[in-house]
Write a protein of this length. Structure first.
Length: 222
């Protein structure tokens, strides 16, 4: 008897077959929809972080504050549209009367759109959503998070490092969380010649939301 490994429909990449090449048109359509809905977004910052951060956590409160400050400076807040840090940043922007965009990913188990995105764009494919999160941002602010957060962070760093994208601030909030990773970059990657010294300048680590805002505003106003 063939073992049932769950819902095979959720494994989109594995499920491509030659006779199903028509799916490429769905992918193209999702790109077009995203481009059309975000075409006039204006200055924007993408905020990342864990979907599992609770409203009682200090990071959640700080993400609300960041969203609030961005909105008051007429900067659009873009998040992945889910709960946790994404919800908090969208909430701060919405409560300040700003533009609050959620780029939600359709997942079989975890993520549902939060209630604070005034504009919601849904995606089936992670790679399309990642393009939208990067393409329309003038800066990234990355709160502590898990694999998804790390994926977005390393994607942005790689694109800037390889000159596939114009440099913009990548700001890691919370030194107690990010310090070990930064030290590992220096102690392991740099010391082994796997990255260059200048690659360590592709991101900033901040503990103060006001400092985060100053870095964002400097980039946008330059």
């Amino acid at each position: 008897m063939k073992k049932n490994n769950g819902n095979h429909d959720q494994y989109l990449i594995d499920d491509f077959k030659l006779e199903e090449s028509w799916r490429m048109f769905k992918i193209l359509a999702e790109f077009v929809d995203g481009f059309e809905q975000l075409a006039n977004v204006g200055p924007a910052v993408s905020v990342f972080g864990s979907a599992r951060t609770s409203p009682e956590h200090e990071d959640y409160r700080q993400a609300i504050y960041l969203g609030n400050l961005l909105a008051k400076n007429d900067i659009t807040v873009i998040t992945g549209g889910g709960p946790g840090i994404m919800e908090a940043a969208n909430r701060g922007a919405k409560e300040a009367g700003g533009r609050s965009i959620g780029l939600n990913i359709t997942l079989p188990l975890e993520q549902k759109p939060n209630d604070y995105a005034t504009e919601l764009v849904s995606f089936k494919y992670f790679f399309i959503r990642k393009v939208m999160l990067i393409k329309y941002a003038r800066a990234f602010v990355v709160f502590p998070g898990g694999f998804g957060t790390m994926d977005e962070l390393f994607e942005a760093i790689t694109l800037i490092q390889t000159h596939k994208m114009k440099p913009f601030p990548i700001i890691l909030y919370g030194s107690s969380f990010w310090r070990n990773l930064s030290d590992w970059f220096r102690d392991e990657l740099l010391s082994s010649g796997l990255i260059a010294e200048k690659d360590l300048t592709l991101f900033n680590i901040c503990d103060d939301i006001e400092e985060v805002m100053n870095l964002v505003l400097k980039c946008i106003n330059d």
